[in-house]
Design a protein around this ligand. Structure first.
Ligand SMILES: Nc1ncnc2c1ncn2[C@@H]1O[C@@H]2COP(=O)(O)O[C@H]2[C@H]1O
Length: 363
């Protein structure tokens, strides 16, 4: 009973048969002992049938396998040894059942760029050329063990490139639709197991292609140029930062340079506007000059100017207190502006209303 249970736990058919046979043999022996050799006992008959049936199937299976393996051509055996050594005999035969050998002449096309991919092919001997841009440029060369059509198999898209034979080339190929159907097979038959293993081989080949692509000079120079660009960008950022810091440091030394750096680095727009208005001198906006109009000595008694820097504070009602001086000042100012004025001498009579109006204007 225990052996029977173990037999049902097996996932491989031949192992299951072997366990079932041993279990049936034990039951048969036990029945014959208990029944004193009664071969017609139903347990004995049932276990005998069970044993014989499994033994027949087992022997038949191995005999067929042996015959099929002997039928394999030398290139099938080489192909298995080179590329499918992870498959059991039965799995390999299941795989072999669906593929065909095709010999390509030089220039024969396996798949055409932009067209539907019908076959999944593997180069056994020879060489293939991967061409793009309507066969103009040779992108890569592929040799024995490379798959063709795996990209379309995974993506379901049209062929990404044209592949043609660079010399007489021997390939094996399966119909892609057939592989997809066989991948859906339920259970754990050899066929199902064989086709379930196949896509991992496509993936391995894809990985190899990417690795090869990464190591070609074009890719390496691309990586180098990327590195240089990154370095250049970093340096530029550093320079900009430095450029901003330098004038700021100088600003501690000179207030003017702070102003210049401020204009140069933070307010370029203002500087440009000033340039347009012709207000820029040696690359810097012109300094606004405070126009101080020193009217000179206006009071004969005082030796100081009445306005501008250094002028004494005017006493309240300055002009009221000394109307004559006020008028004299007005005259001097007018003279400096080129306005002819009647000379007003000290002691001249003046109009009080006129003085009043002038005061209002001044304020
Ligand atoms: N750069 C490459 N290197 C190697 N093989 C390629 C390259 N580009 C495309 N191929 C192969 O050319 C095939 C064209 O059809 P697929 O796109 O289905 O699958 C593609 C790959 O098998």
């Amino acid at each position: 009973m225990a052996l029977e249970m173990l037999a049902f736990g097996q996932t491989k058919v031949n192992q299951l048969r072997l366990f079932a046979m041993v279990a049936a043999l034990l039951i048969m022996t036990y029945t014959l002992i208990v029944t004193d050799g009664d071969v017609f006992d139903c347990h004995a008959i049932w276990s005998f049938l069970h044993f014989s049936l499994n033994a027949y199937k087992l022997i038949q299976g191995y005999a067929t396998l042996w015959i099929q393996m002997r039928k394999l051509k030398p290139w099938d055996i080489t192909c298995r040894e080179w590329y499918f050594n992870s498959f059991t005999d039965q799995e390999f035969l299941a795989l072999r059942e669906y593929w065909e050998w095709v010999l390509l002449e030089e220039g024969d096309v396996l798949v055409e760029e932009g067209e539907e991919v019908e076959y999944m092919s593997m180069i056994f001997q020879g060489q293939g050329e991967i061409r793009i841009d309507g066969k103009q440029s040779v992108l890569a060369q592929i040799g024995p063990g490379s798959w063709v059509g795996e990209m379309a198999f995974f993506t379901g898209e049209l062929a990404s490139a044209t592949v043609c034979a660079a010399k007489p080339t021997l390939i094996i190929r399966w119909e892609i639709d057939q592989i997809k159907k066989l991948l859906q097979l339920p259970g754990r038959s050899y066929k199902a197991q064989a086709f379930a293993k196949l896509p991992s081989h496509f993936c391995a080949d894809l990985a190899r292609k990417v690795k090869q692509y990464n190591s070609i000079p074009a890719m390496q120079s691309f990586i180098q140029s990327q590195k240089e660009q990154t370095k250049h960008t970093k340096l530029k950022k550093f320079d900009n930062k430095k450029g901003r810091e330098q004038p700021m440091k100088a600003g501690f030394v000179s207030l003017v340079s702070v102003r210049r750096s401020w204009v140069n680095f933070f307010d370029k727009e203002k500087a440009e506007a000033a340039l347009e208005e012709g207000d820029l001198e040696n690359g810097q906006p012109k300094k606004k000059k405070t126009v101080v109009r020193n009217l000179g000595k206006v009071h004969p008694d005082e030796d100081k100017p009445v306005s501008g820097f250094g002028a004494p504070r005017k006493p309240k009602n300055f002009y009221r207190q000394d109307t004559t001086s006020r008028l004299r000042r007005q005259r001097v100012q007018s003279v400096s502006l080129g306005i002819p004025q009647d000379p007003v001498e000290e002691g001249d009579e003046v109009d009080a209303d006129e003085v009043e109006q002038n005061d209002e204007k001044e304020s």
